[in-house]
Design a binder for this molecule. Structure first.
Ligand code: ARG
Length: 279
């Protein structure tokens, strides 16, 4: 019998893909020659937005800005833990102007700490809060040197992991936090980082390449439900074997930018701990 799972209400921040398109290429999934359908992207995103709320979660919105087609990938805007927001500093100039928009959002909501990063980091694309620690990716976007800054600003120990496969350029394309365990695709990590993950999470769910390529690990878990791309069927079955309730989501348009469920959802971790301060 799989372990019974319990959902806990979460607090998310999302950005409607009003200005979504693929007009530049900063990851191998993006092809500006391939047409995008912004209207369809909005419809697919609206479904995810509604789903989070149907599951009992609070979803806040940040205004999309013209000229920033990747702003829909809200996960990259910041990392938030207990009222402290570490704002992203983007690797590519195409996304640089998103950072001040996120900084303003957190400042306007009265977050006690809103830190403008010194080092390049792409928010929850590369920083995943996993219980009391933060799993931190580097290799393509976030600088290794940023990890110490995250540890200091967010006040939680950081475990550095090196990504080696350009298809999985952010940690959240290669690893998903599931309640107290994780799922990951080992091939996305350096041998040393695979060793680290094996030692920390001996029972982790190991995803195969097909699941990873379908962006199955770009999932979001509330303790019970796991929202993931509907094409990651094998991973969904294996999550169900572990007592989770997988819910497939169609974000085919947003996949053209190299992102899916998790990329579109910035989690305001443990916002309840700072209620009043962080709202
Ligand atoms: N086009 C965006 C980029 O390359 C996609 C970001 C996806 N976000 C994520 N959390 N993995 O930056």
């Amino acid at each position: 019998m799989p372990t019974p799972r319990t959902a806990r209400p979460r607090h998310y921040l999302m950005c409607r893909p009003t200005h979504f398109t693929v007009s530049y290429r900063i990851n191998p999934w993006m092809d500006p020659a391939k047409p995008t359908d912004t209207g369809l992207a909005v419809l697919q995103w609206e479904r995810l937005y509604a789903l989070h709320q149907e599951l009992g979660h609070t979803v806040e919105l940040i205004d999309p800005l013209p000229g920033l087609p990747d702003m829909v990938y809200a996960a990259n805007g910041a990392t938030v833990l207990d009222g402290r927001a570490l704002v992203a500093s983007f690797r590519h100039p195409e996304r640089a102007a998103e950072a001040p928009a996120y900084r303003d959002w957190f400042e306007q909501r009265g977050y006690p700490v809103v830190h403008t990063a010194r080092h390049t980091n792409e928010g929850q694309g590369d920083y995943l809060v996993a219980g009391d620690r933060i799993l931190a990716g580097s290799g393509f976007r976030t600088d290794r040197a940023a990890h110490a800054e995250a540890e200091r600003v967010l006040g939680a120990p950081v475990v550095g992991l090196t990504l080696v496969d350009p298809r999985f350029y952010h940690l959240d394309t290669a690893l998903a936090v599931l309640d107290d365990d994780i799922a990951y695709y080992p091939g996305a990590f350096s041998p040393e980082s695979q060793e680290t993950l094996r030692a920390l999470y001996p029972d982790a769910l190991l995803a195969d390449e097909a699941d990873a390529e379908a962006f199955g690990l770009n999932a979001i878990c509330d303790g019970r439900h796991v929202l993931l791309p509907e094409t990651a069927g094998n991973l969904a079955d294996r999550l169900a074997d572990r007592g989770f309730q997988p819910i497939g989501v169609d974000l085919s348009e947003l996949l053209k930018g190299g992102g899916s469920v998790k990329c579109c959802t910035l989690e305001l971790h443990r916002a309840e701990a700072t209620a009043g301060g962080a709202r």
